[in-house]
Design a protein around this ligand. Sequence first.
Ligand code: TYM
Length: 347
Amino acid sequence: MTDAVQTPRVANAAFTTRVFSGIQPSGGLTLGNYLGALRRFVDKQEEGIETVYCLVDMHAITVWQDPKELAANTREVAAAYIAAGIDPERHIVFNQSKVAAHAELAWILNCVARIGWLNRMTQFKDKAGKDREKASVGLYAYPVLMAADILVYRATHVPVGEDQKQHLELARDTAQKFNNDFAAPDFFPQPEPLIMGPATRVMSLRDGTKKMSKSDPSDLSRITMRDSSDDIAKKIRKAQTDPEPLPETVDGLEGRAGADNLVGIYAALSGKSKAEVLTEFAGAQFSVFKPALADLAVEKLSPITNEMKRLMDDKAYIDGVLEKGAERARAIADPVVARVRELVGFI
Ligand code: TYM
């Protein structure tokens, strides 16, 4: 893949290189989750680094989740991880709520992170909307649980989409303050966000200025990993664009959010840069580019969707993967929390 960046191994030299990331099982995964995160998880695995990939069900319940749907979605996202190419034999795949160390460290870090830091989190403002008083306390404290997820494995690298950058900064600040407060200079690493490639922020198909998201009221705004080939083709056909043909260079996409988004998606799915895509399609109308994009999206996504469905029929297999993954995760996390308890002065 042309846009894959090797994980730098120089920073955090005192620590074993370890990749951690997570996705909320709060509904069908979007193309944004796939291109911005999941596919990057697979790339990291291919580098032969130790990777820990989590289904963050405790984050999901920061907004209401129907319990039956949460369980089904957790299995579905686990199936998506495996179908996309994560090998659960070599790498750790589990759901967050099975490893109590996340919650335990999160509480301690809640007492390290500052309210002022959380008040600056733009995602809380977006998700809580106008009626902040009615948002859950969990939604507010969400970034601290995220810091705990990463730090409990002393992870050095975190592949995420662009929208998680601010949360990663909070994780770094929290790690540093913990190390300072408890005079343990090298205890937690400074986890580095890995935000890479042409699809770090996939936008809504209905409005190229808004992020593609599971929670958008319009189903036409997103492609999901549940969509049939016909759904994918229809959504791309209806995607918001403009009447101009595609430009010759990336600069020509300036001010054309819908066009820029589709070119970015094409680039990410084909493993090319946006510039290469434009070389191929310069001057093309959307009546030509959209069907080409739909064919490519179906070619890349449908095999994953089909494999996901096949895996989901084998509930015992999925549950076994998550159970084994949790055991391996605990083997790393529990000793870290044991040391945190000592540092804090718990007897
Ligand atoms: P979630 O489930 O909202 O998103 C999962 C991942 O998908 C990325 N993403 C996108 N990337 C590109 N374009 C989009 N439109 C798009 N939408 C979502 C997100 O950036 C994310 O990488 N807070 C995390 C979950 C989490 C986590 C962690 C991540 C909890 N603990 C520890 C890393 C490390 C989140 O937003 O999930």
